[in-house]
Design a protein around this ligand. Structure first.
Ligand SMILES: NC(=O)c1ccc[n+]([C@@H]2O[C@H](COP(=O)([O-])OP(=O)(O)OC[C@H]3O[C@@H](n4cnc5c(N)ncnc54)[C@H](OP(=O)(O)O)[C@@H]3O)[C@@H](O)[C@H]2O)c1
Length: 286
């Protein structure tokens, strides 16, 4: 059985989590909307993740909406003490599944209560504020008002730690003037490296960076260079993509997503894959 401890661990809020975690978004139905075809298969993925040592799960109540959180609760509640569930707020879905902004103080408070209820928790360990100025990627603009609203929810004891998602470096700095930032979750993978400088800056301050779409997202990474490295090392391309991220910086926490137990096992086995210098060089040039 894979020993995911080989990937190491890192501080997240006031806990320490294993660097290989799990992202639950793929457990909802197509388009992250509605229930999955086979809810029991989705719950089996969650149970297997914990059985293999995962102690950090990323979710949101806007996956489904409410679907992944309820699956997590059905599969894993009562939660082991060591499990850290990180959720995100700041968006909502309409009846057709579109992703809309929901960042007023009232909407953020409602989202925290929805997450608490659907996850079956009294307090949320880490809540990421998902910036929606541009749904597709970080865009400049003040996030002071939603962060102040979240800080108030923290003071009321509903949220322990606040993180950020889909943000620029300036927004990280703005947020840190309002509240301690527990983590930053932006898109980053072998083929999309806009955040190189941000990752290094966060590492210097001991703040975890959690790449979303670590495998490329809905269309997983495909590259002849990646496949060639994987073949030479006797690994799969997805394992190499994960190992590259683990070696990229010590503060990177991984949450690869999958709806399949077989893919989950494959991804977690990347904890044991060490990329030699020449492979890293090839991948860094990708
Ligand atoms: N903050 C944000 O805005 C944001 C945005 C997107 C995602 N997220 C979070 O980040 C997590 C990870 O992102 P993601 O799940 O969207 O993308 P991802 O981890 O980059 O990739 C998931 C995709 O890769 C496939 N896959 C996984 N393992 C595989 C394997 N071993 N071989 C072949 N294909 C494989 C999955 O299909 P199968 O299901 O068939 O395995 C799925 O299509 C999400 O679960 C979510 O928690 C956050």
């Amino acid at each position: 059985m894979t020993n995911i401890d080989q990937a190491g661990s890192y501080r997240l809020g006031d806990r320490t989590v294993r660097r290989l975690g799990y992202g639950a978004m793929q457990l909802a139905g197509p388009g992250v909307f509605g229930p999955p075809k086979d809810p029991e298969a989705a719950r089996a993925v969650l149970r297997e993740a914990l059985a293999l040592g995962v102690d950090h799960i990323d979710t949101s109540d806007f996956y489904g909406p409410h679907v992944t959180n309820r699956l997590i609760r059905e599969a894993l509640h009562p939660y082991p003490d060591a499990l850290t569930i990180v959720t995100k707020i700041g968006a909502r879905r309409d009846a057709a599944g579109a992703w809309l902004t929901a960042h007023s103080a009232e909407e953020l408070q409602q989202a925290v209560h929805d997450n608490l209820r659907n996850l079956g928790l009294d307090v949320l360990e880490v809540v990421n504020y998902r910036c929606m100025i541009d749904v597709h990627g970080p865009a400049e603009g003040s996030i002071e008002a939603p962060l102040a609203a979240l800080a108030e929810l923290k003071e009321r004891g509903l949220v322990k730690h606040i993180g950020l998602s889909n943000v620029t470096t300036a927004q990280v700095e703005e947020a840190r003037r309002i509240v301690p930032v527990a983590c930053v979750q932006n898109m980053y993978n072998l083929a999309h490296r806009d955040d190189d400088a941000l990752i290094d800056a966060l590492a210097r301050d001991g703040i975890p960076y959690v790449p979303f779409f670590p495998l490329g997202g809905f269309t997983p990474l495909q590259s002849s260079a990646l496949s060639a490295v994987a073949e030479r090392l006797g690994a799969t391309p997805m394992q190499v993509a994960i190992a590259w991220l683990l070696q990229r910086a010590p503060n990177i926490l991984l949450i690869p997503g999958t709806s399949s137990v077989a893919h989950l096992r494959e991804n977690l086995a990347a904890a044991e894959l060490v990329l030699p210098a020449d492979a890293l060089e090839t991948l860094n040039r990708m």
